[in-house]
Ligand binder design. Structure first.
Ligand code: SOE
Length: 406
């Protein structure tokens, strides 16, 4: 009898901080990755940390963690933890990540990397120093691991679209359209850094820069907060939920943007007419009624166009200039074994879901750690996204004036 996979490879013992939406997605990924991919290291769900003793014990039980801690510092002190997985609000990322890296633990950190450029710079410096010692870090821009977007990148890299002229990136949700949705941490600047901009717009920025292999160099932006205060308390469901109602309901201020829109230039694009780089229009909102998780990207190049919408995540639409003019976009069903990531899952045509992004993220991270090479997106990549977020906010604060991304 051959040895089970769990015994063939060395363990990678994980300690996760936070156990809400992202914690559940990451737990699923750590549990599932070695069941579908041959991994050189075997993830073990060593411990989960959270402040509430009953809450964290229940989460450990439900999500499959071997033990629970009520202070994240304990995870870092433990000798039986090799990697810290940060699934907490942005205001805690820098302190946890820097402490973990300095203690020699690999780090997986949810996006956006931090709440400010200054924090992101400190984290990147710690990550660079740790990498020199063979300790690695990755920022969780999970959409990079959508098979259709990975295929889009492959096509752009192969020159299939020619030179890219236009980038249209939207991230549209509607869970805040209800003015009575409760005031959660995602609506408090102190905890989340920004609103739709950092939570979902950051994904669009990262995806666009990654697929093009070009950074955003400048922006002109508009931010808006449509609902200025919301009920404190109520039933929290998923991202939003139903706020408390009634005459004496207490309300608190929303201190982040509900929507962000900006135009952008990418590297190579200049305003002097010598442009060879793309220009882009990006939009993030939680007020697009009917759009639940429409993370969309459209690219127009000299040889063709690509379009993607996460609400139809197993598909990619392609139009090539060499097609008949009236051929329209053709749909590529991204479920073939030769497509990125898909060969390890189901037979052709059976499709994947949101949770698979996180599983693929674990697979890529574990392989990189085992091979002793830095995984991507690195903290430096995430710092670049953070600089774009800061430039968008600075532009909005200055009557939408053009802001260079420093
Ligand atoms: C996590 O990657 C995340 O960005 C969440 O924070 C968003 O709220 C979600 O809707 C998309 O995924």
């Amino acid at each position: 009898m051959t040895e089970p996979n769990a015994l063939r490879s060395r363990p990678l013992r994980v300690g996760m901080v936070g156990y809400a939406f992202m914690g559940a997605a990451h737990s699923h990924a750590w549990r599932t990755a070695p069941r579908f991919f041959d991994l050189p290291l075997q993830p073990q769900l060593a411990a989960v940390a959270g402040r509430n003793p009953e809450g964290v014990a229940a989460a450990a039980d439900k999500l499959g963690w071997q033990s629970a801690e009520t202070d994240w510092r304990r995870l870092i002190e433990r000798d039986d933890v090799d990697l810290i997985d940060i699934c907490t609000p942005g205001n805690t990322h820098a302190e946890i990540a820097v402490a973990a890296l300095e203690a020699g633990k690999h780090v997986l950190c949810e996006k956006p990397l931090a709440n400010s450029v200054e924090e992101a710079e400190r984290m990147t410096a710690a990550a660079d120093a740790a990498a020199a010692r063979g300790v690695f870090s990755l920022c969780g821009f999970s959409y990079r691991r959508t098979p259709a977007l990975a295929l889009a990148k492959r096509m752009v890299d192969d020159g299939r679209l020619g030179e890219i002229r236009h980038v249209r990136a939207q991230y549209l949700q509607d869970w805040l359209s209800d003015a009575n949705a409760p005031l959660t941490w995602r609506l408090e600047k102190e905890k989340s850094g920004s609103g739709s901009l950092g939570d979902i717009g950051a994904h669009s920025i990262d995806a666009a820069q990654w697929i093009l292999g070009r950074n955003i160099t400048g922006v002109s932006a508009l931010l808006e907060t449509f609902v200025k205060e919301r009920p404190v308390g109520g039933d929290f469901v998923g991202l939003g939920g139903h706020g408390a109602t009634g005459e004496d309901v207490q309300k608190g201020p929303v201190t982040v943007d509900d929507a962000a829109i900006f135009s952008a230039r990418f590297e190579g694009s200049t305003s002097d007419g010598g442009a060879s780089g793309p220009i882009g229009v990006l939009e993030a909102t939680r007020f697009a009624l009917g759009r639940k998780n429409a993370m969309r990207l459209e690219l127009n190049g000299t040889k063709g166009s690509l379009a993607f919408d996460f609400e139809d995540m197993n598909s990619l639409s392609l139009y090539e200039a060499s097609d008949e003019p009236d051929a329209g976009f053709r749909r590529i069903f991204v479920t073939e074994p030769e497509h990125p990531y898909t060969g390890n899952w189901w037979p052709t045509g059976h499709g994947l879901g949101y949770e698979h992004l996180f599983t693929h993220q674990v697979v890529d991270l574990v392989n990189a750690i085992a091979e002793g090479r830095p995984p991507s997106p690195s903290f430096a990549d995430a710092l670049q996204v953070q600089k774009v977020l800061a430039a968008v906010e600075a532009s909005d604060a200055d009557d939408s004036r053009w802001q260079k991304v420093s």
